[in-house]
Design a protein around this ligand. Sequence first.
Ligand code: XUL
Ligand code: CO
Length: 439
Amino acid sequence: MKELFPDIPHITFEGQKTDNPLAFRYYDAKKKIDGTSISDIMRFSMAYWHSLCALGTDPFGGPTMERPWNTLDPIAAAEMRVSAIFELTEKLGIPFFCFHDRDLAPEQESIAKTNALLDKIVARIKERMESSPVRVLWGTANLFTHPRYMNGAASSPSLRTFAHAAAQVKKALEVTKELSGQNYVFWGGREGYETLLNTDMKREREQLASFFHMAVAYAQEIGFTGQLLIEPKPKEPTKHQYDFDVASVIGFLEQYGLTPFFKINIETNHATLAGHTMHHEVALARSNGVLGNIDANSGDTLLGWDTDQFPVSTKDCALVMYEVLQNGGLQKGGLNFDAKVRRASWRPVDLIYAHVAGIDTYTHGMLIAKKLLKEQTLKKHITKRYAEFDTSLGKKVLERTTTLKELETFAIENPIHRPESGAQEMLELLLERAIHSPV
Ligand code: XUL
Ligand code: CO
């Protein structure tokens, strides 16, 4: 097979001393840690949309990316992108990719024609998978680009729009199953509102819940065994999105009887847009048993929108992996680079530098997290900090078997002026040292 990117080599592990930016310092894919290969722990994935479809446009400027399919018609370009996803992931040693239906094939003038073209591209992907180790991490439906979704998809006031969204999700679930996708994602970029002056919020949330129930039923009907995931984001493109953050999604799932069917896909830049750290979101999901997938990227603290940059902060990645490891891994989920190169980074090789940076930073973070857990660096302080709640009265509080009266008696017998120091600065020092210690 002719290579599309002959100048891009296979990226290999060269160890911590290498200065080669087209090699890994930490990602030794086959190396086993406690019996599991690094590749299986990390479960990295490439995002079809950012790496193959994005043109480098922004609200002020046109396309900048140089890609071999630029001059082709849309269908020939879609076919070439199939070769590209396998070539790039294989060269990087990335085992998965994720896609929206419309990333694979452009929409045509009718549902029947759109689905027929999608089937053609899907057949091509299936054929390539026969000779490639690369697999689908998750699929999703793009329910935000077409003008019919301008007022939302499942939360649209138009039943016709709602039905189109339903038809699209039905097909996207079928396609994800056909490609043995391990998860299916719902990101509702337009499931929210621009102004309450024209919005019935109660009804829209009920529509959304009904939509999810139908998707669960259809996934079961066709025998899709992948994990269903909801991806929160507080805003952008809509002013307010119903799946605001992990806490809102947990509440929504609970309210509408959807908890058993969904986990959460957490994206770093969405967490920060919601005013949280990524660590907060991942920790909250883990402690509620709904950590499903990570959309790995980073934002820019000086900008108020979703910049989708590659993750390059060792500390942030270490803290995410600290939770992932305590979760026993991500099971069916993975670490999907929902990230794009800047529009001035127009060369194909810039995509490779970006992924090497993300892969190595996250793998380094995992190794640091492993050490933090093994040495109980933070854990032993947390255990000590809550020790009073391990006493019999403390346990009664958690079991809800004590009373204000009993606690009053205890308070009289046990006066307290100052509890233990929180020791935040010492813990920050220990974390900083761990980040800069050999792994
Ligand atoms: C948008 C975003 C999406 C979802 C899939 O901010 O993250 O790419 O991951 O629709
Ligand atoms: Co995402």
